[in-house]
Write a protein that binds this ligand. Structure first.
Ligand code: AGP
Length: 593
């Protein structure tokens, strides 16, 4: 959460900062700010609101040597002027932007207050900047003051720091929050991810935990907290292009990303199957075979994908468990001698998962990460890593990443049992997805029929229940309609008390084993006046069904049904005029616990 940028030596400094922040807005969007350093003067512009508001505030004529910027997702203190970044130290020596959370900030703040320092915000960040100044005023160089400060911080941070008297340098430091350095022709850039830098930098360096240092227009110094010497750095390129991150004519990223689903499956297919055989590391496959327990950890949408994955692996005889990461982090339960942890995350930066990974490492257990972000913290922390190749997902509501996660788990399962049929089955999925995309107007009609309800219920059994959970999350996330997902059979054990006239109940019907049972659950709610919507498939269709998807293999049905769910939420949000790509209170990558 929160996005940071910085650059030095860039002629189009203002443009880089503002446009860079715009591209990072998916990480947080309740406040924004920038600071410009020129001739020993730091000028800061910040406000609660969006980057577009900041763009109005910053003079177009501004020129400076160096600049930093921030887009915020509030953790400490409400989104208001004084909590917006950048923050400056008491005497103005240091100005910085921060992505992360400092757990021991109260303790440090008390100490600094005892020394006479004052605070103007509720943020943990202001403690960092004042601690730097405190150490600097004790006689340390700025770099040493920064080092001494970060040694005292507990929590997570990616920092871009201006020091008043060094207009040709931006300091940085990183722990558990992402930070990338970009190298341009006579410039360097800092950002929370590649996006702001794509139009400017040719090569990149991913800063790793406990590293700190500085960039200048032509130089870069990286050090490690525990080592004295400089770290030799190797820049790399990225496959991402500006086209990959554009809206390409779509009104919203979410819509674009929903409709990329067929491509996502296609890309997965050629990355993990060469036409004859699967392309997984044999050591990984052996590790899964040997594991006496597969433990899936994930959050939100990725957790819902993990639920489907569990069914895949249980079906081939593996013992599986699935945990919400934030629960497992505090109540770890590991049975068995040879567990393999499978951590699933679109961003690869989710703090709840990073905490779990620390635990897994302490236990010395094997770790497979499945992420969409090469070089992310989770990708790097793994013993085995599988990438999703879904392309950058920008809308806060995750759509194509779920497709890639479920698709990849299906291919991995097939590789374990040497069954190439999955590849043909996925071709069928691609066709079915395209047919759903072509019929999206029917889903829009359904969305208009439910969008004014205060509350909605999604029902399913088996895999359809897993889809119902994701459908419900999507609906609440972007429409703010309260919703619940229930296994069809559970209704009568309590929740049916909530069913009254016109309450929307949306059911997914994909499995012949449970089709009759779920239809009879629907009769129970119909008798109580519910407004029923059924999403079935050709093989199980009834005249009264609202949407019928083409048939695909039942185990792959979530890949098709979820698209209906995604459109349903999208269109409801569209007609409710919600901020679809940036829903309230949310941020794309949840880098705080
Ligand atoms: C999905 O729409 C959400 N924005 C959210 O639940 C997300 O899936 C969750 O925060 C996990 O993120 P990750 O996959 O990047 O770890």
């Amino acid at each position: 959460m929160c996005g940071i940028v910085g650059t030095i030596g860039e002629k189009a400094l203002r443009t880089y900062l503002i446009e860079g922040l715009r591209s990072l807005e998916y990480r947080g969007y309740d406040s924004a700010g920038t600071s410009f350093l020129s001739n020993g003067e730091v000028t800061t512009y910040r406000l609660p609101g969006r980057v577009s508001d900041l763009d109005q505030l910053v003079p177009t004529s501004i020129e400076a040597n160096a600049g930093i910027g921030h887009t915020r997702w509030a953790t400490h203190g409400e989104p208001n002027f004084s909590n917006a970044h950048p923050h400056q130290s008491n005497k103005g020596w240091f100005t910085l932007v921060h992505n992360g959370v400092i757990n021991n900030f109260r303790f440090l703040k008390r100490k600094l207050e005892q020394k006479g320092m004052t605070f103007a915000s509720d943020t943990d960040t202001e403690v960092i900047v004042n601690l730097m100044e405190f150490h600097y005023l004790q006689g340390l160089t700025p770099l040493r003051a920064i080092k001494k400060t970060i040694e005292k911080l507990e929590g997570s941070y990616a920092l871009a720091i201006l020091f008043k008297e060094e207009p040709n340098r931006i300091y940085f430091a990183k722990l558990h929050s992402p930070l990338v350095i970009g190298k341009g022709e006579k410039t360097h850039y800092l950002a929370s991810d590649y996006l702001p830098m794509l139009a400017y930098a040719q090569t990149f360096y991913i800063v790793t935990d406990y590293q700190y240092g500085y960039i200048e227009a032509q130089h870069i110094i990286v050090k490690h907290l525990d080592k004295n010497e400089e770290i030799p750095i190797r820049f790399h390129t990225t496959d991402l292009t500006i086209e990959d991150i554009g809206l390409n004519g779509y009104p919203h990223y979410m819509l674009k990303e929903i409709e990329e689903a067929p491509e996502v499956i296609q890309r997965l297919s050629y990355n993990y199957f060469d036409g004859n055989q699967f392309l997984f590391d044999d050591v990984l496959l052996e590790k899964i075979h040997q594991a006496d327990q597969l433990i899936f950890l994930a959050c939100g949408t990725s957790y819902h994908a993990a639920l489907v994955g569990r069914r895949y692996f249980e079906e081939i005889g593996k013992t599986c468990r699935v945990y919400v990461a934030s629960e497992f982090a505090y109540y770890p339960e590991v049975k068995g001698q040879k567990p393999l942890f499978i951590v699933i995350s679109q961003s690869g930066e989710t703090a709840d998962l990073i905490r779990c990974v620390q635990l897994i490492k302490q236990r010395g257990n094997a770790l497979l990460t499945i992420t969409n972000t090469k070089g992310s913290s989770l990708d790097r922390a793994s013993d085995f890593s599988l990438l999703l190749y879904a392309g950058m997902e920008i809308a806060v509501a995750s759509t194509k990443a779920y497709i890639a996660q479920v698709g990849l788990l299906a291919i991995l399962r097939a590789a374990l049992i040497h069954n190439n049929d999955v590849m043909t089955d996925l071709v069928g999925v691609i066709q079915a997805m395209k047919s759903v995309i072509d019929s999206r107007q029917d889903i829009e009609t359904m969305a208009q029929a439910i969008m004014h309800a205060p509350s909605a219920f999604f029902l399913g059994r088996g895999l359809d229940y897993d889809v119902a959970l994701e459908a419900s999350l999507k609906l609440k996330e972007i429409t703010y309609i309260h919703s619940e997902a229930l296994p069809g059979g559970e209704l009568k054990h309590g929740p049916i008390a909530l069913i009254a006239k016109n309450v929307p109940v949306i059911a997914f019907i994909s499995d012949p084993i449970t089709a009759a049972a779920i239809r009879s659950n629907l009769e129970e709610v119909r008798a109580r006046g519910a407004n029923i919507f059924t999403i079935s498939n050709l093989a199980l269709a009834k005249d009264e069904d609202n949407f019928i998807t083409p048939n695909v293999k039942v185990y792959l049905s979530p890949l098709v049904k979820v698209i209906v769910a995604q459109y349903l939420s999208y269109y409801a949000a569209l007609h409710l005029q919600r901020d679809i790509d940036k829903p309230r209170n949310l941020a794309k990558s949840v880098t705080v616990e």
